[in-house]
Design a protein around this ligand. Structure first.
Ligand code: DC
Length: 230
């Protein structure tokens, strides 16, 4: 039995790290849906497409070739063959991505792609609307959160480690701005599924959260599917 596991939550709660680690432990494919929205934002900027031009953005989604490639512990995102893993993490791209993610046409296209990628199971998908929109039938849904201050601090350290020149207060503020945009947008705002399992990672380390998640997954696998004889 290969499950569909959804990890939703606000930015900086640890979704990416945990999603990758959980997928690696289970031998599942990890799908970073935020990277898909980021790739659209990057490409739209490069092609000078206005972010309110829904038709042009839809076309762009349909044409782009996005590939996730794992090499060892590293996950790379290739856009039309070019490695854009670093470029999509730049703070200015993060801000633009919130706007792109508010476009219904973009969401429609990317949700379709995500459903295609995950339909066979054996996947961990991380995002904002996985448990509510992309895979409401996912066998396990986690909603991972942490305080805005802690999430800002983590993002700051991450960017600093990559050699970027960032400011702590400004990074915390950017997290808050993005939270507000992600929660208040008209289409698929960030919200938890009724049947999601809540995990607050403010005071927990990655290993502790991973152990918690793995315990839940193993318990679910041991129960099997309803009517599953194997
Ligand atoms: O998880 P992240 O920080 O890489 O996400 C980047 C942006 O994309 C963020 O503004 C939220 C948005 N997003 C979304 O709207 N739906 C998703 N499934 C994933 C990300």
């Amino acid at each position: 039995m290969r499950l569909i596991i959804a990890i939703d939550g606000p930015s900086g709660a640890g979704k990416s790290t945990l999603s990758k680690a959980l997928a690696a432990e289970l031998g599942y494919t990890n799908i970073d849906t935020g990277a898909m929205y980021r790739a659209v934002a990057l490409l739209a900027t490069r092609r000078q497409i206005r972010l309110d031009d829904a038709q042009a953005l839809r076309q762009l989604c349909r044409q782009m070739q996005l590939v996730f490639k794992r090499s060892g512990n590293e996950e790379r995102v290739l856009l039309d063959g070019e490695d854009i893993s670093a470029a999509i993490r730049a703070p200015e791209v993060s801000l633009l991505t919130s706007k792109v993610a508010a476009c219904a046409a973009v969401r429609e296209e990317l949700v379709r792609m995500q459903q295609q990628l995950g339909k066979e199971g054996g996947v961990v998908l991380e995002g904002r609307d996985i448990g509510t929109v992309v895979f409401p039938q996912a066998e396990i849904k986690f909603f991972l959160s942490a305080s805005a201050k802690e999430r800002g601090r983590r993002r700051f350290e991450e960017l600093q480690a990559k050699g970027m020149d960032v400011d702590l207060q400004q990074t915390i503020e950017e997290v808050r701005v993005r939270d507000a945009a992600d929660s208040s947008r008209e289409h698929a705002p960030l919200c938890r599924a009724d049947d999601a399992i809540d995990i607050d990672s403010t005071a927990l380390g990655i290993d502790q959260v991973l152990a918690l998640m793995l315990g839940i997954v193993k318990e679910r696998l041991a129960r099997g599917l309803p009517g599953d004889l194997g």
